[in-house]
Design a protein around this ligand. Structure first.
Ligand code: HEC
Ligand code: HEC
Ligand code: HEC
Ligand code: HEC
Ligand code: HEC
Ligand code: HEC
Ligand code: HEC
Length: 391
């Protein structure tokens, strides 16, 4: 009798546990092979915690009060176009809008749905309407800490019709659900609302990891990794390719970038001749070509070991700590050896500033911006990944 109720109790407990697991795990729009970032936190707490503060984590987000960097408070909540047309940021309950008024009359309006960019230089916004994403006419720019016309938009009136392609999400998110249709040769994409995995997540770089998670949940004492790609065993080209998929500037992919898995060859996704373009810093826009510039540098060509992760820890926010990068330079360029700096500067200056002299910030010829009524264009600048002697 006691035995039976014991079995019954165990059985019920087991069922509840299994059920709660099913309910607890939110459906991942990428499919069952993906576990989701939150799952990684239990076994990789430090990588998980650090990653939350990186540019990758903020590369895209649902647009809400905190994720939108620009102001909704007057007088910093508007932008004036010629002809007394003003675009104003407005909030109504939990919805945020960019509304265009001509002589006080509402002309056009769209919601903030998605933010693109952590806002190191700029943040731009997408609005979903009837299966399409449109970029809002105004973006927020850090150099002026204000709203201004989105890059490449007409300067004389607010433009609400710029459609955004899936390739934008290919670099700024981990997944977007969409369908492609052809009308003759014309390709159109139609998006499902809110079917986005925001930010560059763990599995965007590491590949689907549900089998890895399942294995280690079942074998908690196993200390070596199972069912996950080992980046450490890649060739140098494979290691650099998994960053270059998003860090080689804007290009038209031949295949969906969401299908790219660590270890894949980038040349199977993007036509190789794209990478043959001369590595000129002047060809840069905000979408910098770190891959082309770095691989053209002597440091890269004459060492067999340099990759992006020689200097960057993909799980850490390393911004503004330039001395940390100096240490990386000096792992190959040691004082007192023939490979050290030949500048006559004091060694203390040299040690603090390798990056400023050999990877200077250079003005971009492509991005200039006009802010709220101001007529002075401000040139954007980018850190050059062409490591060399600048005179
Ligand atoms: C139940 C525990 C567990 C969970 C959950 C888990 N991992 Fe792991 N993972 C491990 C163990 C154990 C190792 C081997 C020891 C180590 O490298 O930390 C490992 C190693 C790794 C490695 C290193 C592989 C290599 O090169 O050796 C990566 C990458 C990784 N996990 C990614 C992930 C990602 C991404 C997630 C979330 C989707 C995740 N893990 C969730 C247990 C787990
Ligand atoms: C799926 C696309 C994608 C992949 C893959 C990717 N990145 Fe990024 N990365 C981005 C985007 C987008 C940003 C800019 C985010 C922003 O500023 O809003 C970024 C920003 C960065 C930054 C600037 C950080 C900062 O503080 O501003 C560094 C450094 C970087 N990535 C390095 C890497 C390295 C190294 C790899 C490979 C291990 C890599 N990325 C792989 C998309 C990607
Ligand atoms: C090939 C990958 C790629 C594509 C496609 C791409 N981006 Fe980016 N984007 C990046 C990377 C990488 C950065 C970080 C800047 C850098 O490279 O120095 C960035 C930076 C930005 C920034 C500035 C972020 C900041 O923190 O200052 C904005 C805004 C932005 N992108 C918007 C867009 C929009 C809108 C689209 C689509 C129309 C788009 N991007 C398409 C990779 C991409
Ligand atoms: C931008 C791409 C990128 C993202 C995003 C990313 N990783 Fe990694 N991860 C890498 C690379 C590249 C390596 C290999 C590092 C090296 O070469 O030193 C790595 C190594 C690892 C390792 C093994 C070595 C170590 O540092 O412990 C683990 C575990 C890991 N990642 C887990 C995660 C988890 C968990 C997340 C999400 C919270 C994550 N990664 C997000 C690129 C990424
Ligand atoms: C993985 C090793 C490695 C790292 C890390 C490294 N370099 Fe180099 N670098 C080299 C090699 C190898 C050469 C070629 C030396 C030669 O000409 O024999 C080189 C060449 C150079 C040159 C001369 C370039 C020219 O065109 O004449 C400069 C300047 C330089 N490095 C600066 C730096 C700076 C600054 C850093 C850090 C941001 C750095 N390096 C990081 C390996 C490295
Ligand atoms: C020799 C060291 C070194 C290597 C190798 C390297 N970077 Fe960087 N990277 C830097 C430094 C230094 C900065 C400036 C950081 C800052 O200003 O906080 C930087 C900045 C960046 C940024 C921010 C853009 C900007 O304009 O500030 C991105 C994105 C980036 N790196 C991506 C990459 C990618 C992708 C690779 C591999 C193709 C790579 N880096 C290889 C040293 C390096
Ligand atoms: C104040 C600017 C400045 C700083 C800081 C600086 N360099 Fe240099 N570096 C130069 C100049 C200029 C040259 C060329 C000197 C000459 O030969 O006329 C040079 C030359 C070099 C060379 C080429 C040597 C050769 O074989 O021709 C290397 C490598 C190098 N620097 C590495 C570094 C490293 C590593 C650091 C940081 C520890 C550093 N530099 C800091 C300005 C600087």
């Amino acid at each position: 009798m006691y035995k039976r109720s014991f079995y019954l109790a165990t059985c019920i407990t087991a069922c509840v546990l299994i059920l709660s697991q099913c309910i607890g795990r939110k459906e991942d729009p990428r499919g069952d092979a993906f576990a989701g970032d939150a799952t990684c936190s239990s076994c990789h707490p430090s990588a998980y915690a650090a990653h939350q503060h990186t540019a990758h984590a903020f590369a895209s987000a649902p647009a809400g009060g905190h994720s939108v960097l620009g102001s909704f408070i007057a007088p910093n909540n508007s932008f004036l176009f010629p002809g007394n047309v003003v675009v104003r940021m407005e909030q109504n309950k939990n919805r945020y809008y960019q509304s265009a008024y001509a002589n006080g009359q509402l002309q056009e309006q769209a919601t903030f749905d998605i933010t693109i960019g952590q806002g190191r230089k700029a943040q731009t916004y997408l609005s979903w309407h009837d299966g399409k994403y449109f970029q809002l006419p105004l973006s927020w720019f850090r150099p002026v800490n204000n709203w201004a016309n989105s890059p490449g938009f007409p300067a004389t009136y607010p433009y609400y019709k710029r459609e955004i392609a899936s390739s934008c999400f290919g670099c700024h998110s981990s997944y977007v659900q969409y369908e492609t249709r052809f009308e003759g040769v014309r390709k159109t994409e139609s998006f499902r609302e809110n079917k986005v995995v925001f930010g560059i997540t763990c599995e965007r770089c590491h590949g689907p990891a549900q089998e890895h998670v399942a294995f280690h949940l079942q074998h908690p004492d196993e200390k070596s990794a199972h069912n996950i790609t080992r980046i450490g065993q890649f060739t140098r080209q494979q290691q650099v390719d998994m960053c270059a998929v998003c860090h080689a500037g804007l290009k038209t992919p031949q295949r969906d970038l969401f299908e790219f898995r660590p270890g894949d060859r980038l040349s199977d996704y993007i036509m190789a001749d794209y990478f043959a373009t001369p590595a000129e810093q002047s060809a840069n826009d905000v979408h910098g070509r770190q891959y082309q510039l770095l691989t053209a540098s002597k440091c890269f060509r004459m060492s067999n070991t340099m990759t992006c992760t020689t200097c960057h820890d993909p799980h850490q926010d390393q911004r503004t700590d330039l001395t940390a990068y100096t240490k990386k330079c000096m792992s190959c360029h040691q004082p007192g050896t023939a490979n050290f700096c030949t500048s006559k500067e004091d060694i203390k200056v040299l040690q603090q500033q390798c990056v400023n002299c050999h990877m200077p910030e250079q003005p971009s010829s492509v991005i200039t911006l006009l802010a709220g009524g101001q007529q002075q264009p401000i040139a954007d600048s980018l850190r050059s990944h062409l490591i060399k002697i600048y005179r």
